[in-house]
Design a protein around this ligand. Structure first.
Ligand code: IMP
Ligand code: MG
Length: 175
């Protein structure tokens, strides 16, 4: 058991399980996007650990950059997605892979995808560490998913609860 501020969390996914699943995604990307010279866009802050672990195992020629969106406060989505920051790369016609820590309602992803379409992205792929199918209201599932989880709040591996817990190497769920 882990306590962060007023809440208690239990271990959901160990470092080992995460490592294996992330390696699996890297291998698929190495096969499926070879020759595309993809641009990976990691969505800060939450995806920093997933992006770092995944990209070290991506062996095909690629580029990496970082973008930022803010849409979350406390333990439930506020729904008001703000601007996409840092999307200054020329993505016209390119294969772009969005890297997310978690796709929950899909609102963030929807606004990101819209911003990319506006800039005439080529192939758009999404890789996420976690996916909550029961919370998802978007269209089409992310292309690369390490784990599908229940609709419960999680922390660790980049994800925070009120600013804390991002540095935890495993993933913990609200007890
Ligand atoms: P969405 O727009 O509802 O899909 O959620 C977008 C963002 O909210 C994610 O990229 C996370 O940063 C954050 N988020 C969603 N669910 C959780 C959670 O269970 N724990 C921590 N952050 C979360
Ligand atoms: Mg995120």
């Amino acid at each position: 058991m882990l306590t962060i501020k007023d809440k208690r969390f239990r271990l959901l996914l160990t470092e080992e399980r995460i490592k294996d699943a992330v390696s699996g995604i890297a291998q698929r990307i190495n096969k499926e996007l070879a020759g595309d010279f993809p641009l990976f866009l990691a969505v800060l802050n939450g995806s920093f650990m997933f992006a770092s672990d995944l990209l070290r195992q991506v062996t095909i020629p690629c580029e990496v950059s970082f973008i930022r969106v803010q849409s979350y406060s406390g333990t439930s989505s506020t729904g008001d997605v703000k601007e996409v920051l840092g999307l200054d790369a020329d993505i016209k016609g390119r294969t772009v892979v969005i890297l997310e820590d978690i796709v929950d309602t899909g609102v963030t992803l929807g606004s990101l995808a819209a911003a990319m379409e506006k800039k005439n992205v080529g192939k758009l792929k999404v890789a996420t560490c976690l996916f909550k199918p029961d919370a998802y209201r978007g269209e089409g599932k992310p292309d690369y998913i390490a784990f599908e989880i229940e609709n419960k709040f999680v922390v660790g591996y980049g994800m925070d609860y009120a600013g804390e817990g991002r540095n935890l190497p495993a993933i913990h769920v609200l007890a």
